[in-house]
Design a protein around this ligand. Structure first.
Ligand code: WTA
Length: 663
């Protein structure tokens, strides 16, 4: 490092506040600080600002219907179609502009560019095909697809005919697919033959078929041919159809977008919670699209002429909201990349930014930590001057990683938006407006205008600045989940019961609890500390400890298991499993790999345990509850807290020794 560079690093290290870069502010979509007061005063009518970004077939009567909390309804009486809003309305002015720029993993493969016109055509043809297959309005269509362009095509085709989709992340297991299809009674599946991962042509169809074996009803399947000659040569069964053939059969078809009620379901997304069973989060048409469009404009600063890139996977909410719906509603170019950042080399993302002159990059702290570890020489090889804004989402970002991103990717010229939100919130909630607010690395920022976020103690009282508490949202917002699919009771229980008066009809008595810990500073900036329920955040992916535990207990020879999250330099958190075996089984390597396999089969490789520690007992309280806190301390090799309330304190030292000797 040169002396000059050294001084720069030292200055950045000390700096705690950063002004929005002037070059950015001069062109930003939102620059008036008055928006915060204005939205507060005009709440909930302020959200017409979001609704105005959409085209309506029929105007709504009411912005918010809060007569039956927490079952809030937004823009009631309005009618619109999401595919119309993401495609048709752009055709006249922007038909020849690129909607999706798809980049495959193999560098010698041509990218696939879809203009709005082309995307519109393919969505229409596939919508017609879905109808031919028998998909009707309100039928749930499952998609089990990696990052191929046919995934957004299928999502928009469903939206066009009013069929909600349920996208299952391609890295999830066959079993996870079956559970979700059964839970949603989904009789249609769109999947593909395979995809590339670090140079290998993976077989995805085999996994999809295995999943279908576990589905308790018939399912019609459409299969996209991604790999061509490198595919794995599976034959299609009678109720399985080739995507390309279906689209060709419907060449030139035009399907009128179905008028949907504002509150009709747009999609379901299953996510992990406290219990073993994933929750089907329900999002609706108008509120969700308004929310993702408005936040894309206000926070990501998206303009139609931008080339915008969110490097998430569409199988997660980030990809739904900020690769597909928000950006396309605004008529911009959304980049979609199939591969990983380190293939073929660790400069792959920077190569893409340079080649496509990307304006905004939205990624995750786990990726930024990896870039930082690999070193600045990789971004330095490329011209990244097209970048105007950087974003991060998924887990807390530590100030060092934030500053590295700001300096080495953004060249201190791009604001960094650290955006806190969840599958359930539909879109961003807590983050700076980049053209207005100062940035404080490590803190996501104030709540967005029109949101009432408070940090409270267990009694619901607001805590002093600087003290840790629980994050709560005290007023509804358009992008919020409406319920858990076919489970209103669990919806109330999981998100509202903690801080609400559940017998009240007064919306003021209802508080949404996202199950995150947080603190707030004197300026109202919020630092999110992480989940306070039994959900782990591994590389920005939400995993339920109960789901992993039940997978482990399903392995032959396992009597009991406890899973906790341990700190991990790259992943943020990693899965630590403590396992009791049945008599007659040994905690050997074979057992360990059977457990790892069991978890991969039940959930997917993302949930693979970092460590499996065999123990004759788990630390339990006198009432028989597992003391997870102690297990976490053991995983982190930290000093152990109080063990005197345990029924079996002697076991703790034993487990600790075993964990250490396994390292
Ligand atoms: C965590 C992903 C700190 C949080 C969009 C939340 C964050 C969970 C941030 C939701 C952030 C997300 N800072 N923590 N900027 N963004 N989280 O549903 O714990 O996959 O509850 O949605 O990720 O994860 P989910």
């Amino acid at each position: 490092m040169s002396e000059e560079e050294g001084q720069l690093e030292a200055r950045l290290e000390e700096q705690e506040e950063f002004e929005p870069p002037e070059g950015f502010v001069s062109q930003a979509n939102v620059t008036d600080e008055g928006i915060y007061d204005e939205f507060e005063e005009n709440w909930p009518d302020c959200w017409t600002a979001a609704a105005d970004l959409l085209d309506w077939d029929e105007e709504y009567d009411q912005v918010l219907d809060d007569s039956n909390p927490p079952f809030y309804e937004w823009f009631t009486g309005g009618k619109l179609n999401v595919s119309d809003n993401c495609l048709d309305r752009h055709l006249e002015e922007r038909g020849d502009e690129v909607a999706i720029e798809w980049i495959g993993e193999p560098t010698d493969e041509d990218n696939r560019t879809f203009t709005y016109e082309e995307l519109h055509r393919e969505v229409n043809e596939f919508a017609a095909a879905l109808r031919d297959l028998g998909v009707e309005e309100d039928d749930v269509v499952t998609m089990y697809m990696p990052m191929v362009p046919e995934l957004p095509v299928a999502m928009l085709a469903c939206a066009r005919i009013g069929a909600p989709h349920s996208v299952v992340f391609a890295g999830f297991s066959a079993e996870a697919l079956a559970t979700r299809m059964n839970s949603a009674d989904s009789e249609f599946l769109v999947t593909c033959d395979g995809y590339y991962r670090r140079g290998d042509a993976l077989d995805h169809f085999e996994k999809a078929n295995e999943g279908l074996d576990g589905v308790d009803h018939d399912a019609t399947t459409v299969v996209v041919d991604r790999l061509g000659d490198e595919g794995h040569g599976h034959d299609l069964a009678e109720n399985q159809h080739d995507y390309a053939e279906l689209v060709a059969d419907n060449e030139g078809a035009e399907i009128d977008p179905v008028e949907r009620d504002a509150e009709d379901m747009l999609f379901l997304m299953y996510t992990s919670g406290t219990t073993g069973k994933p929750k089907g989060v329900k999002h609706t048409t108008a509120g969700y699209l308004a929310w993702t469009a408005w936040t894309s404009q206000a926070v990501l600063d998206i303009k139609p002429d931008d080339t915008y890139w969110c490097s998430a996977d569409i199988g997660w909410i980030t990809g739904h909201s900020y690769i597909v719906y928000g950006p396309l509603a605004l008529g911009t170019t959304s980049v979609m990349y199939e591969g990983t950042p380190d293939h073929p080399e660790r400069d792959r993302l920077w190569e893409i930014v340079e080649e496509y002159e990307v304006d905004q990059l939205y990624t995750a702290p786990t990726a930024i930590r990896a870039f930082m570890k690999w070193g600045k020489q990789f971004p330095e090889e490329h011209d990244l001057s097209s970048l105007r804004l950087l974003g991060t989402v998924g887990e807390p970002i530590n100030p060092r990683a934030w500053k590295w991103y700001y300096q080495h990717i953004g060249n201190e010229e791009c604001p960094v938006v650290d955006t806190w939100w969840q599958t359930e919130t539909g879109g961003m909630m807590v983050t700076t407006l980049p053209g207005v607010k100062q940035m404080k690395p490590g803190s996501a920022g104030p709540p967005l205008p029109g949101l009432d976020v408070r940090i409270v103690d267990t009694e619901g009282e607001e805590v002093e600045p600087g003290r840790a508490g629980y994050l709560t949202v005290n007023k509804p917002w358009p992008g919020m989940l409406r319920t858990l699919y076919q489970n209103d009771e669990r919806f109330v229980e999981e998100y509202w019961a903690e801080y609400s008066d559940v017998d009240s009809d007064d919306p003021d008595d209802w508080v949404y609890f996202p199950e995150d810990g947080a603190k707030i500073d004197e300026d109202g900036y919020i630092t999110v500390l992480g989940r306070v329920d039994d959900v782990l955040n591994v590389s920005g992916h939400r995993l339920g400890t109960m789901e992993i535990e039940s997978a482990i207990v399903g392995v032959e020879g396992v009597a009991e298991a406890a899973v906790v999250g341990g700190d991990h330099e790259m992943k943020g958190e990693a899965v630590y499993a403590y396992v009791i075996l049945e008599d007659g089984f040994d905690g050997d390597e074979e057992m360990r790999s059977r457990i790892v396999e069991g978890v991969e089969d039940a959930i997917g490789p993302i949930a693979r345990p970092e460590a499996v520690v065999f123990t004759p007992e788990l630390p339990k309280t006198r009432s028989g509850k597992i003391m997870r806190r102690l297990l976490e301390q053991i995983a982190n090799d930290e000093e152990l807290g109080d063990t005197t309330t345990l029924r079996n304190p002697e076991i703790v030292k034993d487990i600790q020794q075993k964990a250490r000797s396994d390292d």
